[in-house]
Design a protein around this ligand. Structure first.
Ligand SMILES: [Zn+2]
Length: 281
């Protein structure tokens, strides 16, 4: 069952963004000192819109195209042309996002997470930006790299999470952590694509295909017996009722499930509370 967004809400949001935010309607991904480098490595909105607008979509006015350093977060009317599965109230609440191809600049930034021999070529990956809540009651823009086949669904899932008020600590590419899953997890960073083997095993992780997302890893650690990863997540291994902690059958799990994503918290051993994937692996 898919819900369709209200077109009027998108138009209103577009108008509000244009009226209130000047030439920079959406904040850069993340709030860290790495933000400057992030902004410089991404493509302009016109590129994102051109790549993802469906038939009949209107291209943005070239004269109004922002500086190339602006992140590829485009006006909702354009960005959401093919994203009919997002909760309508997410738009009314200020949700926005975009799907863009991997530009040469972004490919260079992704050197820690992608290399020749990885199972998915860069052409089949997408750069996704989404609005999310933080733990301080604010709103931020996060970034993910995922497989092209699931990019629209990811946009939809995070729209649901935004509407639910679910907080996300950090949402930056794993490349900002040198491609280290351990470092990304320790920073409570939500991430997706990383061309790496499965944890404590052999074979490619679903993350290497861009079909897995790790959500708030500290609040939702990987648990195998006495092993808790990241170690910072040890207080959450007992699954307290706390902000960001995902529980079986809760609204977060249902939001992912509604768009075809299965939860690692339903596994027996290991139990991977942070892990969502489209394959169930
Ligand atoms: Zn994972």
């Amino acid at each position: 069952m898919r819900r369709r967004r209200a077109g009027a809400a998108g138009v209103l949001l577009l108008a509000l963004a244009a009226c209130t935010a000047g030439g920079d309607p959406v904040p850069s991904p993340g709030r860290s000192p790495a933000g400057a480098a992030t902004s410089a490595a991404v493509s302009p909105p016109a590129t994102a819109a051109a790549a993802d607008a469906g038939p009949g979509a209107t291209a943005p006015d070239p004269a109004g195209a922002p500086d190339p350093a602006t992140p590829p977060v485009v006006a909702p009317e354009v960005a959401w042309a093919d994203h009919g599965a997002v909760a309508p109230d997410a738009y009314a609440l200020g949700y926005a996002g975009a799907v863009a191809p991997i530009t040469p600049e972004l490919a260079a930034r992704m050197a820690p997470s992608w290399r020749a021999g990885c199972p998915v070529p860069l052409e089949d990956l997408r750069y996704v930006t989404v609005t999310h809540r933080d733990f301080e009651g604010g709103i931020a823009t996060g970034e993910l790299v995922v497989h092209a086949d699931v990019a629209d669904g990811v946009v939809a899932v995070f729209g649901e999470l935004f509407a639910l008020g679910y907080p996300i600590r950090s949402m930056r590419l794993v490349d900002d952590f040198g491609g280290s899953d351990d470092a990304s997890m320790a920073a409570d960073n939500t991430s997706a694509f990383n061309c790496r083997p499965i944890s404590r095993g052999t074979g490619w992780s679903e993350h290497a295909y861009g079909r897995a997302i790790d959500l708030n890893p500290v609040e939702n650690p990987y648990v195998r017996g006495a092993l808790v990863l990241p170690s910072e997540g040890a207080p959450f291994a007992a699954r307290p009722d706390a902000p960001g902690v995902v529980h079986a059958g809760d609204a977060v799990v249902r939001a992912f499930a509604a768009h075809g994503w299965l939860w690692g918290g339903d596994w027996t051993s290991p139990v991977d509370y942070q892990h969502f994937s489209t394959t169930g692996r």
